[in-house]
Design a binder for this molecule. Structure first.
Ligand SMILES: Cc1ncc(COP(=O)(O)O)c(C=O)c1O
Length: 366
């Protein structure tokens, strides 16, 4: 079910048909491009102290300096702190919408207008998410997206630039990735899905495919560029998105993805019954949650307990970029110390969500 294309019905959901959409291999490739397209090179961009790390590396690699701004304990960017950091070299604000939950975009737009700056929205964790009726990524001068974090594709990100003239300005177009590597990932994803949906027969099929395809996969891996990595590989920054992955993304029923993720998030929230532990304890209209963020006292223990129950929870951002002075941003440091991602993705059914909630409740009591 995961990789089978859904109806073409909802393919117009932003950003899939956005003017000025440039598909890339990874979201970091889009960050690297936007620095040049918006003429930020040699200047400074204000970025949140709570970040993944690789988006900062991509900006630095493009020749942009960064200044870190405070993020509060509820993961909201402090726009007063942003304003205080604006200096003669500042050219843009880099706004991250965490896990699909919107920052105060109107206030950010107002701030950049007042100061003649550009606004970049990082929607790597916020594909298909909206702030009420407005899609995240549609208010700034540019936005970056990641497809593979939300959808079952082997790779894929995108850059959306408001002025299409800028998006199609001369520059090196993205280079297609190796087809063998793409196919290897795609088949792997399909086989994992087969195992989940066909049970024992699916597992046998996967085992057989694993044995017979070992040689082929080794060859494909040789050509492969990993996704989901913390470190920046400058050699991969020019890579684009394969036509196959674009085809899958274009056929995604985005509204169905949003509905399923919202339903799972709400069920998890109710069944977990610990709203005081939720990083975002409400699900505003339009939000497409990437995961359910929960604060734990001891991450390693909580993750081990969840893993013991077969739940793949993720340690969310325990380290930022090496240039960040973490001690200067205690709230962001606390988020890094405590936040765990619980899954709420579209392929989880009600029983699976209940299992996640029960296991998480036990982990919180531990
Ligand atoms: C906020 C944010 N921006 C950008 C990226 C880069 O995404 P990608 O791995 O597609 O390059 C990530 C990766 O996790 C991220 O969390």
């Amino acid at each position: 079910m995961q990789l089978l294309p859904r109806s073409r019905g909802a393919q117009r959901t932003f950003p899939l048909r956005a003017h000025g959409l440039l598909p890339t291999y990874l979201a970091r490739n889009a960050v690297w491009r936007v620095a040049r397209l918006l003429d930020l090179v040699g200047g400074e961009v204000i970025v949140p102290a709570y970040h993944h790390g690789v988006e900062i590396a991509a900006l630095l690699h493009a020749g942009v300096a960064v200044s870190f701004a405070r993020v509060d304990g509820a993961a909201r960017l402090d726009l007063e702190d942003v304003e205080a950091r604006i200096g003669p070299r500042t050219r843009a604000l880099y706004l991250i919408h965490y896990a699909g939950f919107p920052q105060d975009t109107d206030a950010a737009v107002g701030l950049v207008r007042r100061h003649g700056l550009k606004l970049i929205e990082d929607c790597a964790l916020a594909l298909f998410s909206r702030d009420g009726a407005r899609p995240l990524g549609s208010a700034g001068d540019a936005a970056v997206f990641c497809f593979y974090k939300t959808l079952p594709v082997a790779h894929g990100g995108a850059l959306v630039v408001k002025s299409p003239l800028v998006a199609f300005a001369p520059g090196e177009p993205p280079v297609a990735p190796a087809l063998a590597a793409t196919l290897s990932h795609a088949v792997g994803s399909m086989l994992v899905t087969g195992e989940r949906t066909l049970g024992a027969a699916g597992a046998r099929l996967r085992g057989l495919a694993r044995t017979t395809a070992r040689g082929g996969r080794a060859w494909a891996r040789h050509l492969d560029v990993a996704v989901g990595t913390q470190g920046l590989d400058p050699a991969a920054l020019g890579l684009g998105m394969s036509a196959l992955m674009r085809w899958v993304v274009d056929r995604t029923d985005a509204e169905a993805v949003v509905r399923a993720r919202r339903a799972n998030w709400l069920a998890l929230h109710a069944q977990l019954g610990r709203p005081e532990r939720a990083v975002w304890n409400r699900l505003p209209d339009g939000v497409c949650p990437l995961f359910y963020g929960v604060r734990v006292d001891d991450k390693a223990r909580a993750l081990a307990r969840l893993a013991g129950d077969g739940i793949q929870a993720i340690d969310f951002w325990n380290r930022g970029h090496e240039s960040l002075d973490a001690a200067a941003y205690p709230e962001a440091r606390e988020l890094r110390r405590s936040v765990v991602e619980l899954p709420c993705h579209q392929d989880l059914g009600p029983e699976e969500v209940l299992r996640v909630a029960q296991s998480a409740r036990r982990a919180l009591e531990a």
